[in-house]
Design a protein around this ligand. Structure first.
Ligand SMILES: NC(=O)c1ccc[n+]([C@@H]2O[C@H](COP(=O)([O-])OP(=O)(O)OC[C@H]3O[C@@H](n4cnc5c(N)ncnc54)[C@H](O)[C@@H]3O)[C@@H](O)[C@H]2O)c1
Length: 264
């Protein structure tokens, strides 16, 4: 079966997401916001589900939603379906950070971060699956992290959640392949988003910290939110119908390359 057989065209004047309905969690800020804008530009209808919806424009369908709360998620997903009549794309992007070694976070902190980063993906996906099954171009993209692949200091809890997201991505891809639902994830390196700006703001010397974070990535800069959004759009696109179960690194070569240290 070719792409034209399934009604998908790669012609340059066609908007890739025309007619498709997407949910983006954490779509009010950073990577999620860049994804929501990208899908909208490419002709999609986009629902932003976020805890804080104060800055989200009226071009989006907006739902205040806490992915760590089952009722909040099912209400938000129901609202999207009432408005759009279905769902084709789910971008599970909402996430929170945590710093510390395995000793340094309390049980409550472990539960809180897993509730958002892992169980949030489970809740949103579970609520959306009945509608994704009805779509001809169903795709789920999870925002994971390089922390799923490499050991970063003092990121035990955060890395554990992203390792779980990576494993869950592959397991869901296997489970739902036969239903025509593709599942992939992106693994960003350190990306220039409000999250990282907040971290820099807490550093004793923000400029020095920015230089250290940039130097950690072989291309010697932070990843942009738009670069991650581009990768998510690729994985969500009906033109990527043969791509499922993968993790796409957007990390300036951090995971894959071994570049000798030296001046930039
Ligand atoms: N920025 C990075 O360097 C980086 C690197 C790798 C992976 N990531 C991942 O990218 C994703 C987005 O991060 P970002 O940098 O854009 O962060 P961000 O803080 O700019 O945006 C995150 C959004 O998620 C929302 N959110 C948080 N908790 C939520 C909840 N319980 N329910 C609903 N929404 C909630 C926030 O309100 C915010 O709008 C996260 O999953 C993060 O782990 C970020």
């Amino acid at each position: 079966m070719t792409q034209s057989d399934i009604g998908v065209s790669a012609s340059s004047d066609a908007k890739e997401f025309r007619g498709l309905r997407a949910i983006v969690t954490g779509g009010a800020s950073g990577i999620g916001r860049a994804v929501a804008e990208r899908l909208l530009r490419e002709g999609g209808r986009v629902a932003v589900l976020d805890l804080d919806i104060s800055g989200v424009g009226t071009e989006f369908l907006v739902a205040q939603c806490d992915v760590s709360d089952s009722e909040s998620v099912s209400n938000a997903v129901r609202g999207v379906v009432e408005e759009y009549g279905g769902i084709d794309i789910v971008v599970n992007n909402a996430g929170i950070g945590a710093q510390g070694t395995v000793e340094e976070n309390t049980d409550d902190e472990w539960r809180r971060v897993f509730e958002v980063n892992v169980y949030g993906v489970v809740r949103v996906t579970r609520s959306a699956l009945p509608y994704l099954r009805l779509s001809k171009h169903a795709a789920i993209v999870n925002t994971c992290s390089v922390a799923a692949d490499i050991g970063l200091p003092r990121r035990a809890l955060y890395s554990a959640t992203k390792g779980a997201v990576l494993a869950l991505t592959r397991a869901m891809a296997a489970d739902h392949l036969g239903e025509g639902i593709r599942v992939n994830c992106v693994n960003p390196g350190t990306a220039d988003t409000p999250w990282v700006q907040r971290l820099l703001g807490q550093a004793a010397d923000p400029q020095q910290e920015l230089e250290a974070l940039s130097a950690r990535q072989p291309h010697r800069r932070l990843v942009s939110a738009d670069e991650v959004a581009g990768a998510i759009a690729y994985l969500a696109s009906p033109l990527s119908g043969s791509t499922t179960g993968i993790a796409l690194n957007v990390d300036g070569g951090l995971v894959g390359l071994r570049i000798p240290q030296g001046p930039a």
